[in-house]
Design a protein around this ligand. Structure first.
Ligand code: C2E
Ligand code: MG
Ligand code: MG
Ligand code: MG
Length: 288
């Protein structure tokens, strides 16, 4: 009997492994065609300011596979990073974000700043900053409409080179955020030497926040540190009201999470911006 179970357990385990390997292979081969076959899209998730307004939006990549449905970027981005395809995906994301900003402008909607996730491999390619600025110029998009979200991994290489690229980008008007802060292996010392705008603390710290919990102490310390360095602090993964209230108390600057909005397609975002905008206008005319 025990032997049977053992064998069953073994079979299940290897089936699971097979499935994973199969998915990995599928992603590696099919992702190559995803751009040409128009299977990619961007969704946008608002970042909310303390007064409840939309401060900016984060662009998040989606891959809608005709047979396998939505495949998460958490699954395919690491694979794209391994194969070098990330460079092509990154270019597509930037172009698509630019097109979206231009569309809004042409429709008379004031576009918010759009944050784009940039992988370490992308950021560390030769002349990344120059190439990015050239794309913005070609697309007629103002650099102050773009923020780059970099993880600590992008900062782990040649720090002088990283600082040089960042200075070029900042001088041109682009914003820079550190994403998933607290999950990498970098030292804190890089924070004082780099021209950053925002610090996004990883959602895991927000999730674990509860009265008396050690995570609350970490969140408080990181907020104070961010402000000491003149950075705006962003909490990601805010899902419940009590987290929001705690973060408000701790002087958190910006909030992102399902409590406010899920990532949405471009049309839904435009509708949201239009109602927000007319609400503000109504409030203004009511008080004047
Ligand atoms: P990220 O940049 O840290 O993005 C935040 C992730 O958390 C997104 O997952 C978002 O949908 C999700 N999220 C937002 N609010 C909540 C919440 O309240 N609760 C929970 N449970 N999740 C929330 P998503 O879209 O699946 O993206 C996963 C990761 O994939 C991103 O993490 C980012 O590292 C990467 N990624 C996404 N798009 C791109 C891209 O265009 N380029 C690159 N290089 N990476 C990307
Ligand atoms: Mg991000
Ligand atoms: Mg993040
Ligand atoms: Mg994250």
């Amino acid at each position: 009997q025990a032997k049977e179970n053992g064998r069953d357990g073994c079979v299940l385990y290897s089936k699971e492994m097979d499935k994973q390997a199969e998915k990995h292979l599928l992603i590696r081969t099919e992702l190559n065609h995803a751009i040409a076959r128009e299977q990619l899209s961007l969704v946008y998730q608002p970042l909310i300011a303390r007064d409840g307004s939309v401060a900016s939006v984060e662009a998040l990549l989606r891959w809608n596979h005709p047979h396998h449905g939505m495949i998460s970027p958490a699954e395919f981005i690491p694979i794209a990073e391994g194969s070098g395809l990330i460079l092509e995906l990154g270019r597509w994301v930037l172009l698509e974000a630019c097109r979206f900003i231009r569309t809004m402008e042409m429709q008379g909607i004031e576009p918010p700043m759009v944050s784009i996730n940039v992988s370490a491999r992308q950021f560390n390619q030769l002349e990344f900053a120059q190439k990015l600025l050239a794309v913005l110029k070609g697309q007629n998009v103002a650099p102050n409409k773009i923020e780059l979200e970099l993880t600590e991994y992008a900062l782990l290489t040649d720090i002088a080179q990283v600082r040089h690229s960042m200075c070029l980008l900042r001088e041109a008007g682009i914003s820079i955020a550190v994403d998933d802060f607290g999950t990498g292996y970098s030292s804190l010392s890089y924070l004082k030497g780099l021209p950053l705008n925002r610090l996004k603390l990883d959602a895991s710290f927000i999730r674990d926040m509860a009265d008396g919990d050690a995570s609350t102490a970490i969140v408080k310390s990181v907020i104070d540190m961010a402000h000491g360095l003149d950075l705006k602090f962003v909490a990601e993964g805010v899902e419940i009201q009590s987290q929001f209230e705690q973060l408000l108390d701790l002087q958190c600057d910006l909030f992102q999470g399902y409590l406010f909005h899920r990532p949405m397609n471009g049309e839904a975002l435009k509708a949201l911006l239009l109602t927000n905008c007319s609400k503000t206008k109504k409030e203004v005319s009511a008080t004047s």
